[in-house]
Design a protein around this ligand. Structure first.
Ligand code: PNS
Length: 160
């Protein structure tokens, strides 16, 4: 069985993430979405809340699992006996950051390969940070994130 692990901070999950999950689920037997801590980012949602939001929007994908992990991605991969990291690549600006992470993960565990899927052009401008900014200043986030989680994002940003 070919398992891919799709890691990220998913704070919150966007339609761009969901597109990669859906396409990955067609290519691999199983996709494990794992919410990890990015030490460089302050979170809007707690890790468990992010997991719950992703579970909600992926409930119709039988071969997608959602988990969280506190530690190195390569340690999670070993636990799951997975060797493929799936990542989405949006613009050239993503490349350097993703290249560095892919090399670091491969250095930490040479069995691990990172495969990049090009983002759907429709979502190439989309990021969780941009969604949070738009929502913070009252812009419309419909179409940027799955409809089922819009209320959660707006309420959290308003501090409810
Ligand atoms: O969505 P993001 O914030 O770009 O995801 C980054 C993430 C969470 C995948 C990355 O920070 C990560 O893998 N964190 C876990 C710690 C780790 O394994 N670091 C080594 C890779 S540099």
């Amino acid at each position: 069985m070919k398992i891919a692990v799709y890691p990220g901070s998913f704070d919150p999950v966007t339609n761009g993430h969901l597109d990669i999950i859906a396409r990955g689920a067609k290519v691999f037997d199983e996709v494990i979405v794992v919410v990890l801590v990015n030490v460089d980012k302050k979170g809007l949602f707690k890790i468990d809340e992010r997991v719950e939001l992703i579970k909600r929007v992926t409930k119709d994908y039988p071969n997608v699992k959602v988990q969280s992990f506190n530690g190195l991605l390569v340690d999670f991969m070993r636990q799951k006996k997975a060797t493929v990291i799936l990542k989405g690549l949006r613009a050239v600006s993503d490349f350097e950051y993703e290249f560095q992470m892919a090399l670091m993960n491969n250095k930490l565990d040479p069995e691990v390969e990172t495969l990049f899927m090009m983002t759907n052009a429709e979502y190439s401008y989309l990021s969780s940070s941009a969604v949070k900014q738009v929502a913070k200043f009252g812009g419309c986030i419909r179409g940027l994130v799955p409809d089922e989680i819009i209320v959660d994002i707006i309420s959290r940003i308003k501090g409810e």
